[in-house]
Design a protein around this ligand. Structure first.
Ligand code: SAM
Length: 270
């Protein structure tokens, strides 16, 4: 707990803001990863291998800019290799801990971009999504984009947007906002990201958790859809991420996530 508080404070003291809790979530992931690094390793290794294979498939003459969305702590990002393959690597996230900024600076061709990839945080839920916001805007600002990697971000996008609508954050609208409208907004954001990846005009690798399962002694106790009813409609690899074994997240249960890995969403649409 103390280590987490210090890590959070260090980032805030270096000027990292945290209006919607992204930094706090990254610090929580950092702490959970420390506790479970061995069981997380197969998932992280697989995600990195897929992203790297996808990046290496880009023709050598088309390796100008690579965009990594949701890089967070870089646990599932083969950053050194991407930095060697591409002229420029752009890391796009809502927050960065100082260690990630320092690693990017050391590599010399890696930029950190603080941006909301939904373009919806802080907006009213009834605002019609602006097609040129979020991911589309980031891509428009990177005309030399030759590769994109969405790094375990998709299922998180709606959570932060919905959280931003909690009563204390949006006093004028949250209480009246119907459950149905919240679910619709969440699904819209998932679809918007998937459509945004397909529209990029370059190979776009996707790694996302799609389902969470709680197990008691190997028997499924609950199963939850993490993509708010949206079927990605993509063929790819699937594997299990042992997220929180031994009742750490849910008392008495091992929590695992089913992960979907897609080398290039444009080629994988069914
Ligand atoms: C589950 S973490 C991904 C793990 C990360 N790839 C790693 O290796 O640590 C989700 C990431 O998405 C970022 N994120 C969530 N919502 C976002 C948004 N609207 N715009 C940009 N980044 C966002 C979070 O800050 C976080 O770093």
């Amino acid at each position: 707990m103390l280590a987490e508080a210090l890590k959070y404070a260090a980032a805030r003291l270096r000027g990292q803001s945290d209006p919607y809790g992204h930094l706090a979530q990254q610090v929580a992931i950092w702490a959970r990863h420390k506790r479970h690094s061995a069981v997380w390793q197969p998932h992280l290794t697989r995600a990195k291998a897929l992203a790297l294979a996808s990046a290496r498939a880009c023709p050598e003459q088309a390796r100008r800019t690579a965009l990594v969305m949701g890089p967070g702590l870089l646990l599932d990002v083969p950053l050194d290799e991407l930095s060697a393959l591409f002229q420029t690597v752009v890391l796009a996230d809502m927050a960065f801990v100082p260690e990630v900024r320092a690693r990017a600076a050391r590599l010399g061709n890696v930029q950190t971009l603080e941006v909301d990839l939904t373009g919806r945080l802080g907006q009213r839920p009834d605002v019609v999504p602006d097609a040129a916001s979020g991911l589309a805007q980031v891509a428009a600002d990177l005309p030399e984009l030759d590769f994109a990697y969405s790094a375990n971000l998709l299922s998180q996008l709606p959570l932060f947007a919905l959280d931003a609508l909690k009563p204390e954050r949006a006093p004028d609208m949250a209480p009246g906002m119907k459950q149905e409208r919240r679910a619709k907004l969440a699904a819209e954001l998932v679809r918007q990201h998937l459509d945004g990846l397909k529209a990029l005009g370059c190979p776009a690798c996707l790694v996302t958790d799609v389902t969470e399962r709680g197990l008691r002694q190997g028997v499924v106790n609950y199963e939850a859809d993490l993509l708010f009813g949206v079927q990605p409609g993509l063929t790819g690899e699937s594997w299990i991420w042992d997220l929180a074994p031994d009742g750490e997240a849910v008392r008495g249960l091992d929590v695992e996530r089913v992960v979907l890995g897609v080398s290039d969403v444009r080629a994988a649409t069914v």
